[in-house]
Structures are given as structure tokens and as C-alpha cells.
Design a protein around this ligand. Structure first.
Ligand code: HEC
Ligand code: HEC
Length: 381
């Protein structure tokens, strides 16, 4: 009897110690072999040219899988004086975005839906992951060969062969596709998409919202009109929370020009002509630019449109909008509230402006309430 009790006590102590020692990012245990491989690739700073920049450097867990350098509107490449033209969005919850395409249902006035990047130019998460390695403004590899060479020489090459087969690193094109496949698997894993926010706890009935957060949610679903783009296509007309729906993304993945002004502080403007031939005159046409490049008729109607972003972890992913023009969430909401007064400067692309936002008539405390609600979307509650 005594022995049993001692054994139980010892077992308990061991269990408690094990819990205390478990990594903060719990959920690691639930990764499949392919997701584990994807994680190695995602965090490997050896896969840039020169070595020094991983996907995670611009999509870091501490910054909600967006760029932890909150002072820069857009991201710095591995070559220190190079910058991209756009703000890094979160890589978390991007796995919820369906394949790029033309949709007819629930279009909220948008002909196009879904796809990766602000402008939808990569159809899927796997296609997206093939981009950054070869982008001279990001990880700067001259070709797929250097990426595959570095993976071959890495500590996780055996894991790669275990997941994709013993000869999987022999053919460069095939190996490169598998690298992207593994990264996308990690991005879709429960470690990256934890659904562990106060909002999730509230929807599950495990906590209550404060009066201010609650007011914010009803404004989100009402006069603020946020749900029309950051809601779902489902029941409740896209409204989120208690009025809401099964949509977890806080985006219906449509494309809109909400009228974000030019951001003069965007360092991309200063890049040499080799990377930015137009200099300060460069205009980001978003989806319209992509469709024009593909020769799709009607591209003019898509100029200035970007894909609706998820609002999960929004408190951690600043600055905001495709060009990082806004530094706080409050500024974004105030912009939606009063764009049409001209207080924020003219839209970079004045065509195809959304009339859903711009003059919401919210009071200052109502703006605060919406921000308070958005703050409940941070994981790790
Ligand atoms: C130098 C910073 C940087 C690096 C390194 C980087 N990214 Fe990004 N990422 C960005 C930027 C900027 C965008 C938006 C670009 C655009 O829309 O044109 C982006 C977009 C994305 C998106 C699309 C999300 C959405 O909402 O559409 C995903 C997913 C992503 N990156 C994953 C990755 C992966 C995987 C890697 C490594 C292979 C990586 N990134 C490397 C800066 C970076
Ligand atoms: C007409 C559709 C539409 C409506 C309505 C709308 N949004 Fe957006 N939202 C977008 C689009 C599109 C973007 C990206 C715009 C860009 O970068 O050019 C965006 C971006 C954002 C961002 C920045 C995301 C990031 O990662 O940088 C926040 C925050 C945001 N919206 C909050 C709200 C709130 C709060 C409301 C309601 C007051 C709202 N939105 C209403 C379409 C909409």
C-alpha cells in the first residue's frame, strides 16, 4: 500500500517536471514527419544566398508569423540594402485560403477570390513557398540548385529522404517542389494555427468578453461593416462570433481596393532601377497588375485591389496594409471610419474604390471598441 502510494507520488512528480520542461510552443508533439521537415526548412537560415535569412525571419512566431521588424513598412532582404515593395503578411492561417480562382458565390462585389500573396499571384500555399528562395529582394538564391544543394548538406537531409524517398534529393526540380510541399505542410500544422485566442475561448463558451470587446464585436458585425469582407460566406451573412459562423479565417478572401494611400516611407522606392525602374513613381496595382501580366481582359477593373487579410493575431503583425502605411490597428480602423474626409491622403490607386468603407460614422470610443475586439484575436490566451 505504502509502496503504491510512493510510486504514484513519484510518477506525479515526474509528470509535473515533464510538463514544466515541455517547450512553450506545445503542439510540437503533434507534427507529422512531413510537418517536422517543413519546420526545419522554414527556420533554416542556411537556405538564403548568402546564408543568413530564413522564412521565419520575415514570418516569426513572436510576431504572429509576420515580420518582427515592426519599424519597417516592408521587409529587408538577405542583401541588407534590398527591400521588397510590400509588407509581410502572416504565414499563419494562410493554409485556410483556397486556390486562386474566379468564384461566383459570395463575391461581395469581387470577381476574384482566394490565392496567396496580397495580389493572388501564387495559386496555392505550395506555389507560394517556391517564390521567396529565388527572389533577389528576399532570400536571393540564383537558382533552385543552390537551395537543393543546401538542403542536401543540412542536418535534416535524412529526414527529407525518410519523408520523400531515398532518391528524393537527387533531382533538383523534383526536390525543390518537395521542399515547398513540406513547408506548406508545416504552415498548415496545428503548431502554426493554434486557434488559441480569447475569441476562440469565447466561441467555445470558456470565457466571456468584456463589455467593450462585446460592443466591438457587434460593431464589427454591424455599423462597422467589417464582416462584409472579414467575415464568412456562411450563415449569419458572414457575421463573426455569437452571431456568427464556422468561418475561422476572418477573411472571405475577396479582392478590394480600400483606398490605402501611398506610403512615402516604403524603402522599395529607393531601390536602384535594376529592381525598381519607376522609382518614386512606382504604383502597386495589386491584382490588376497580375491579371494584366497574364493578358486577362478586364484587368483594369482589378487595379488597386488586394486580398482581404485575416485579422488573427492582428495586434502582433504591424505595420498594416499591403504597403505598411499604417502603424497601429487603431489607425486602420480610423482610416475605414474617415477615409472619405481626405484626412489620410488620396488613394494610391483612385480607381475601383470600395464604397463599403470610408465613412462609417463611428465615435472615437466605438473605434476603440473595435480595436479591443480585434485584440481578442491574438493566440496564446
Ligand atoms: C524578406 C522577407 C521574407 C522572407 C524571407 C519570406 N517572406 Fe513570405 N512574404 C514576405 C512578403 C513581403 C510577402 C507579401 C509579398 C506580396 O504579396 O507580394 C510574403 C508573403 C508570404 C505568404 C502569403 C500570405 C498571404 O496572406 O498571402 C506566405 C504563406 C509566405 N510569405 C511564406 C513564406 C515562406 C514559406 C518563406 C520561405 C520559403 C517566406 N515566406 C520567406 C516576406 C518574406
Ligand atoms: C470592402 C472590404 C473590406 C471591409 C468592409 C473591411 N476590410 Fe479590412 N481589409 C480589406 C482589404 C482588401 C485589406 C487589405 C488592403 C490593402 O492592404 O490594400 C484589409 C486590411 C485590413 C487590416 C490590415 C491587415 C494587415 O495584415 O495588414 C485590418 C486591421 C482590417 N482590414 C480591419 C478591418 C476592420 C476592423 C474593418 C471594419 C471597420 C474592416 N477591415 C473592413 C477589406 C475590407
Amino acid at each position: 500500500m505504502k509502496t503504491t502510494r510512493t510510486t504514484v507520488a513519484v510518477a506525479l512528480v515526474i509528470a509535473v517536471v515533464a510538463l514544466l520542461l515541455a517547450p512553450a510552443g506545445a503542439g510540437a508533439a503533434t507534427l507529422t514527419a512531413k510537418q517536422q521537415l517543413g519546420k526545419k526548412l522554414f527556420f533554416d537560415a542556411g537556405l538564403s544566398e548568402p546564408a543568413g535569412q530564413a522564412c521565419a525571419d520575415c514570418h516569426h512566431p513572436t510576431a504572429g508569423y509576420a515580420d518582427p521588424d515592426h519599424d519597417l513598412p516592408t521587409s529587408r532582404g538577405v542583401i541588407q540594402d534590398r527591400f521588397g515593395g510590400r509588407n509581410a503578411p502572416t504565414a499563419a492561417y494562410a493554409s485556410l485560403i483556397p486556390t486562386f480562382g474566379q468564384m461566383v458565390c459570395c463575391n461581395m462585389g469581387s470577381t476574384y477570390r482566394c490565392g496567396q500573396f496580397w495580389d493572388g499571384r501564387a495559386a496555392t500555399l505550395v506555389e507560394q513557398a517556391k517564390g521567396p528562395f529565388l527572389n533577389p529582394l528576399e532570400m536571393n538564391n540564383p537558382s533552385k540548385d543552390t537551395v537543393v544543394r543546401d538542403v542536401k548538406a543540412s542536418s535534416y537531409a535524412s529526414l527529407f529522404r525518410q519523408v520523400y524517398g531515398s532518391s528524393s534529393l537527387n533531382n533538383v526540380a523534383g526536390a525543390y517542389d518537395k521542399i515547398a510541399d513540406a513547408i506548406a505542410a508545416y504552415e498548415g500544422s496545428p503548431e502554426v494555427n493554434t486557434y488559441s485566442s480569447k475569441y476562440d475561448a469565447y466561441v467555445a463558451g470558456r470565457t466571456t468578453l468584456t463589455a467593450q470587446e462585446s460592443l466591438g464585436m457587434s460593431l464589427f458585425n454591424g455599423r462597422g461593416r467589417c464582416f462584409r469582407c472579414h467575415g464568412s460566406c456562411g450563415m449569419g451573412g458572414g457575421r463573426m462570433g455569437s452571431m456568427g459562423s464556422a468561418n475561422k479565417a476572418f477573411s472571405n478572401f475577396t479582392y478590394h481596393n480600400v483606398g490605402v494611400p501611398k506610403n512615402a516611407a516604403n524603402p522599395y522606392y529607393t531601390l536602384p532601377a535594376e529592381f525598381n525602374p519607376a522609382g518614386y513613381a512606382w504604383i502597386d496595382y495589386g491584382l490588376g497588375g497580375v491579371l494584366k501580366g497574364r493578358g486577362v481582359s478586364g484587368w483594369e477593373l482589378q487595379n488597386g485591389k488586394h486580398r482581404v487579410q485575416t485579422l488573427r493575431n492582428i495586434a502582433k503583425t504591424g505595420p498594416y496594409m499591403h504597403n505598411g502605411a499604417f502603424t497601429s490597428v487603431r489607425q486602420v480602423v480610423e482610416f475605414y471610419n474617415s477615409r472619405d474626409t481626405g484626412a489620410f491622403g488620396p488613394a494610391e490607386v483612385p480607381q475601383n474604390l470600395s464604397a463599403d468603407v470610408g465613412n462609417l460614422g463611428l465615435t472615437s470610443s466605438e473605434v476603440d471598441a473595435i480595436v479591443a475586439f480585434l485584440n481578442t484575436l491574438s493566440d496564446g490566451y
